[in-house]
Design a protein around this ligand. Structure first.
Ligand code: NAP
Length: 308
């Protein structure tokens, strides 16, 4: 298996103002990487060098501090931000020393909060536009007209170019879609060989029906697919490695990404690693295409039962 280069990176055109890499880099664990802003800049530039220019972050990551750490690194290199596509999120309220006014873990999808959160993201990131803003989680108290109004104001002021959601059920996706002026361009959901619910509850069907590309969070199940010791984890791992033999591919993470990338929904996995070689392992997966039999064999191993 030869290593891929940036030339191998596929992109997905979501709208006229949004093209994302097929492999996205996630910044949830950024603080765990323990990098100075200079080191983080170097790392970001290396990630871009191998082909990944799209970053996924959120207001709450790192106790409301990952966006700022990312922004501090970006500010060191003029013009770097413009080379990148930045996705961030809003709507989850978590008590934290950086947000002393938040008393309890709740959701806030009011117009006021969405606008305030997006503006704070702009400030933290040191940019004057967000490529994509996602509502991080649905709230049972969501007023879709109010979310729509916030989106309108953010779009018209040029602060946010595109909108989407995360962790929405198909009915919640359709509800908000019915109110917004701009298309919801994605639903970012948990997908890995250990988390296949989205293929069973209509989430993927609904997105495919609308020609909308899903983003996949925790594609390695937070590392469990690599290190997990439960029977199911071991079984899924061995199934993937057996398929890998056909492709001369022994890297388990590459095989997991291949499983996700091969699905007809054109899933964009978000790689959470702070190690460049592991991001490269994801890019290399673009060269492997599981056929239906291989894909379903992994699916079955995860279900732990025969298909109906
Ligand atoms: N929308 C949402 O609700 C939501 C929720 C969670 C996450 N996300 C997004 O999804 C992104 C990815 O999530 P995630 O970080 O959970 O992804 P993940 O890729 O499933 O897990 C990453 C973890 O696995 C480890 N890992 C990666 N490759 C490995 C390997 N070959 N061997 C052993 N360990 C390995 C990483 O450690 P190393 O750094 O040492 O490689 C890291 O700790 C996040 O950054 C965030 O942007 C969104």
């Amino acid at each position: 298996m030869t290593k891929g280069t940036w030339k191998d990176m596929e992109t997905v055109r979501f709208t006229d103002t949004l093209t994302m890499d097929r492999i996205i880099h996630g910044h949830w664990r950024l603080l765990e990487w323990k990098l100075s802003k200079e080191e983080l800049l170097k790392f970001i530039e290396s990630v871009i060098e191998i082909g990944v220019k799209t970053v996924d972050t959120a207001d709450i990551y790192g106790g409301y501090s990952c966006e700022e750490a990312f922004g501090d690194a970006l500010k060191l290199k003029k013009g770097l931000r413009e080379k990148m596509t930045i996705v961030t999120k809003c709507g989850i309220m978590v008590p934290n020393k950086n947000r002393p006014q938040i008393e309890s873990h709740l959701y806030d999808l009011t117009r006021k909060h969405i606008i305030k959160s997006a503006e704070r993201s702009l400030k933290n990131l040191g940019t004057d536009y967000l490529d994509l803003l996602l509502i991080h989680r649905p709230s049972p108290f969501m007023d879709p007209a109010e979310v729509s109004q916030a989106f309108r104001e953010l779009y018209e002021s040029g602060k946010v170019r595109n909108f989407g959601v995360s962790n929405f059920k198909p009915s919640q996706f359709d509800l908000l879609s019915a109110y917004v002026d701009y298309p919801l361009v994605t639903n970012q959901v948990e997908i890995s060989p250990l988390h296949l619910k989205v293929f069973q509850d209509g989430t993927i069907d609904n997105l495919m029906m609308k020609r909308i590309t899903p983003m996949a969070w925790s594609p390695l199940a937070g590392g469990d697919i690599i290190n997990g010791v439960k029977d199911r984890e071991v079984n899924v791992r061995n199934t993937l490695l057996a398929i890998g033999e056909k492709y001369g591919e022994e890297r388990l993470d590459t095989l997991v990404y291949a499983f996700l990338l091969s699905h007809p929904a054109r899933i964009c996995p978000i790689v959470g690693s702070g190690k460049l070689n592991r991001i490269q392992n994801a890019i290399d997966a673009l060269k492997i295409k599981f056929n239906s039999e291989e894909w379903l064999t992994v699916y079955k191993a995860s279900l732990e039962k025969s298909l109906p």
